[in-house]
Design a binder for this molecule. Sequence first.
Ligand SMILES: Nc1ncnc2c1ncn2[C@@H]1O[C@H](COP(=O)(O)OP(=O)(O)OP(=O)(O)O)[C@@H](O)[C@H]1O
Ligand SMILES: [Mg+2]
Length: 331
Amino acid sequence: MADNNQPVLEIEDLSVAYVTPSGLVSAVNDVNLSIYPGEIVGLIGESGSGKSTMAYTIMRLLKGDAIVTKGRVKILGQDIYKMSRKELREFRWDKMSMVFQSAMSALNPVMTVETQIVDALQAHRKGMSYREAVARAEELMDLVRIDRKHLKSYPHELSGGMRQRVVIAIAIALEPSLVIMDEPTTALDVVVQRSILDEIKKIQEQVGFAIMFVSHDFSLVAELASRVAIMYAGRLIEITPSELLHLGEKHHPYTEGLLRAIPELTADEVTIQGIPGYPPDLQDLPSGCAFHPRCPYATDICRQVRPQKLKVEEKLIECHLFSEKEAVEHV
Ligand SMILES: Nc1ncnc2c1ncn2[C@@H]1O[C@H](COP(=O)(O)OP(=O)(O)OP(=O)(O)O)[C@@H](O)[C@H]1O
Ligand SMILES: [Mg+2]
């Protein structure tokens, strides 16, 4: 049985960089995050903030040009970077799985849905007969709400939404403890997106795995997740319970900017206030707080000293604004 106090995922001081001809691109910087059994944690940030890099690092699926420069990733207490290839192969999909951004690239175009699910099951469950695997595939189709007849379909015969449901079915087929979903619905239209998210939530409640849900859609993540981690230039600059994610709360100025960027519908107009400026060059990160060039509250200390993570009420925030005047705890 899963121990509720033992995190499913522990990320400790993790930094990841891409090696490029012009130097290192620091895509993930000093990340600390734990996810507990059955928890849904959202990871949000602008394009290029390092979300996918972090997701691939957790799965140990980084390509050759990326290196973990610091830190550890543990799944169910096991350091996945200390595993042999064989151990990792057995662990992946069985204990942790990932739903990628593009469903099409995750599916084999020349195999039926049934064959793909059955193969995934039998690769990991040596004793499972074909008949048992098909029965499980049928159960999974029910779970993701696709008619069982589509087990005989090829990916191109399905709609985008159905394909993404199949990918989710494969990801949860072996009942992993952790599923990483990297923008699983971004390519789909809003209605389909909404229904798949509802489904994910229902299945998660039923089956009980933990989810790291990557997205750049704030309102969507806040609705689905119980905690939200906000990424800026590869750092988790804030981790907050989702119910506290609104403008009335104290937040990192970047989080505040993102919250303001959500269109607000007033009587007869929609107002959008974005964050001025651009994310920094990851090959040449600003001194001090990486957000200082865009921050309306930046002072000298922000330009000179990198802020520590502070506990501000129920939130973890990396920002000098909170260090002195607030009753905060250093972590
Ligand atoms: N193979 C690579 N070589 C060099 N730099 C890379 C490589 N892959 C990603 N990067 C850089 O690393 C940074 C983080 O990229 P990543 O894909 O993790 O961001 P993301 O938050 O997932 O963005 P998006 O929301 O667009 O998916 C970006 O600046 C990107 O340009
Ligand atoms: Mg991405």
